[in-house]
Design a protein around this ligand. Structure first.
Ligand SMILES: Nc1ncnc2c1ncn2[C@@H]1O[C@H](COP(=O)(O)OP(=O)(O)OP(=O)(O)O)[C@@H](O)[C@H]1O
Length: 605
């Protein structure tokens, strides 16, 4: 329950809506309580008229009907206004919670995403927020009227005949006791179901996101079976859970029926004995009928409260994680650099420095050891090493995605650990191995760094990236929509759009992870032409996958098991007997074994 209160506290700006809901609920309950009294009055008036003790007119009786009508209309209006406010409140609450969740995810360190599946994160968000908002809405609409109605029924019945009140009071503790007995078990089942759904949804997202891989491996059936199994598990769990819940519900309702049997018996006997008038009897029967609904909804409230508690736990689990303070500053907008950093280093002077950098992921073993490296402004530097040697990790550190365990990295003299991330990242452009485009138009993708970029600038960037020609051939040109991840573009086309995107970002430092994806020679040349344009006047760090690229750089850094083995110009390293020389030798040898060895270095030729 504490977590529900936390949600309400966390959304305290909604208090005018909460108040509106409470006021409407009070008015609705009061107006619905009026109806039994009006009908009771009318019944007594009719009965008295019929037995001749108090003759009345049709007009007088009609006023009862009018009063009933007014009470009912009032009830309808207040309950609907309450419903309207409830709808707005729950949607606002949903919006607030969802935005905060998204904001939180955007500020969490990358290490969180290394261990969580995207689909799982989404599924958890949907479930927890839906259940919490549904519950708060239902609570606000029903809980208050439940209390008012119940208390009124107990008080009024007691005034008429105290044993009636006593019997009604007994119902609540027994009912709650029976319900709480079920709750602990219920939650365990619910947790297991959620686990299965999260795994299935996580996989679902991955499979649909990488549908080509799935199809090419013919893994559709296997994936479908896995999905079916996880969802199938939830059916079995629901069976057990529901069987238990409903058998407890039978106990609850049987007990309720027993108490109501006693209540009705007492009312009938008292009326027969002349202690209640017919009107009193009608009033009490109606009041009891009104009490049944809140009692029945007790178990439903407990049920949805349990769901909401589980949901809010998941929610707070993520919300309580430590954000990366510097990422937080970006989403909060407090870290916007007042002016773009202008590079101080002259061409040929040191721009990037790795100073004895050691790093390991998430408390795991070190994967980079004492990396010492100086990169000059304007230099082209290729990183070569076996797969897993630490090339991507080194780049991730430079971008400030992870913090070094030891040592420091400076860019233009700024230690990136102490600098605001927005400045650091504004200095670095990236072209990823997988172009990673978003759904939307080609123009939107090219202008991702700055959506306000003019169409002329977008076209100029596309021309430099060697992409203008193919884009112009689409019927909608730059406004052509590309599917999620740009599925409608070829690999080479996607790469060129990504290059144009990097050209527009215009960062002085470039990280290029050369595409190894099976680009044919023509496509590769087209991309290469764009990359050459992109690299002009910039400092380029290249994770190279082609010996032809490596041969053209100023400096090669070879990495082995997270350590720098050699640094030098291609001509020097070609004869030094190190990794690069070995790779050149393998290329010249040809043959299967050589090809395999080259592949282990992610070198495609
Ligand atoms: N997110 C991560 N969490 C934990 N360990 C990781 C993570 N990313 C990489 N590693 C590990 O760090 C080491 C270096 O990986 P890295 O991706 O930097 O190598 P690489 O040289 O770029 O390889 P490749 O060329 O295959 O991409 C590897 O042992 C890898 O298993």
């Amino acid at each position: 329950m504490k977590s529900i209160l936390r949600i309400i506290r966390a959304t305290r700006e909604l208090w005018p809506l909460y108040t509106g809901i409470v006021v409407c609920a009070v008015l609705t309950s009061v107006s619905s309580l009026l109806a039994p009294f009006i009908i009771s009055g009318a019944t007594d008036t009719v009965v008295n008229h019929l037995n001749g003790s108090e003759p009345t007119t049709g007009m007088a009786i009609a006023w009862f009907a009018v009063a009933y009508l007014v009470a009912q209309l009032f009830n309808v209006i207040t309950s609907n206004i309450g419903g309207y406010i409830g709808d707005v409140m729950s949607q606002k609450m949903r919006t607030i919670l969802s935005v905060r969740y998204f904001e939180k995810l955007l500020t969490l360190p990358l290490s969180y995403f290394d261990t969580e599946l995207t689909g799982t994160i989404i599924s958890r968000l949907n479930r927890s927020i839906t259940e919490v908002t549904n519950f708060v809405k239902a609570m606000s609409n029903t809980f208050i009227s439940l209390i008012i109605t119940t208390v009124s029924v107990i008080v009024i019945s007691s005034i008429y005949y105290w044993p009636l009140g006593l019997l009604l009071i007994i119902i609540f503790p027994v009912y709650l006791w029976l319900t709480s007995k079920t709750s602990a078990k219920w939650q365990v089942w619910e947790g297991k179901k959620n686990q299965n759904i999260d795994i299935a949804s996580g996989r679902f997202n991955e499979v649909i996101g990488q549908i080509r891989v799935v199809k090419s491996f013919g893994a559709e059936r296997r994936e479908l079976d896995l999905f079916r199994t996880h969802f199938g598990n939830t059916v079995g769990l629901t069976r057990e859970q529901s069987r238990f819940w409903h058998s407890m519900d039978v106990a609850r309702l049987a007990f309720l029926s027993l108490i109501f049997f006693g209540l009705y018996l007492l009312i009938f006997l008292q009326t027969l004995a002349g202690n209640f008038s017919i009107g009193d009897m009608v009033l009490l029967i109606q009041l009891l009928a009104m009490a049944v609904a809140p009692i029945n909804s007790l178990s439903w409230i407990v049920d949805s409260a349990q769901r909401a508690i589980t949901g809010s736990k998941d929610y707070f689990d993520v919300m309580e994680r430590d954000s990366d303070a510097r990422a937080l500053a970006i989403t909060a907008g407090t870290d916007v650099p007042t002016r773009p950093h202008t590079i101080q280093a002259e061409t040929g002077q040191e721009l990037v420095r790795f100073n004895e950098v050691t790093f390991g992921y998430n408390g795991e073993e070190d994967v980079l050891h004492k990396i010492d490296l100086s990169i000059k402004r304007g230099e082209r530097i290729a990183f070569v090493g076996e797969s897993g040697g630490g090339k991507s990790t080194l780049m991730a550190l430079l971008e400030g995605l992870y913090d070094a365990r030891n040592g420091s990295i400076t860019v233009d003299g700024m230690d990136i650990a102490g600098s605001d991330l927005e400045t650091v990242r504004s200095l670095i452009g990236m072209v990823f191995q997988d172009a990673s485009l978003f759904s939307g138009t080609i123009a939107e993708n090219i202008a991702y760094a700055n959506p306000a970029t003019s169409r002329e600038q977008i076209i100029a960037a596309a021309k430099k990236a060697n992409a203008h020609e193919f884009i112009s051939k689409f019927s909608d040109g730059y406004d052509s929509l590309i599917g999620e991840r740009g599925l409608k573009l070829s690999g080479g086309q996607k790469q060129r759009v990504a290059v144009a995107r990097a050209i527009l970002k215009d960062a002085p430092i470039l990280i290029l992870d050369e595409a190894t994806s099976a680009l044919d020679i023509k496509a590769e040349r087209a991309v290469q032409k764009g990359l050459e344009e992109l690299m002009v006047g910039r400092t380029s760090l290249i994770i190279a996958h082609r010996l032809s690229t490596i041969a053209t750089v100023d400096t090669i850094v070879t990495l082995k098991d997270g350590r720098i083995e050699e640094i030098g110009a291609p001509a020097e390293l070609a004869v030094s007997g190190g990794i690069y020389a070995e790779l050149l030798g393998l290329q010249n040898q040809g043959g299967k074994a050589s090809k395999k060895k080259l592949q282990s270095f992610d070198i495609v030729g």
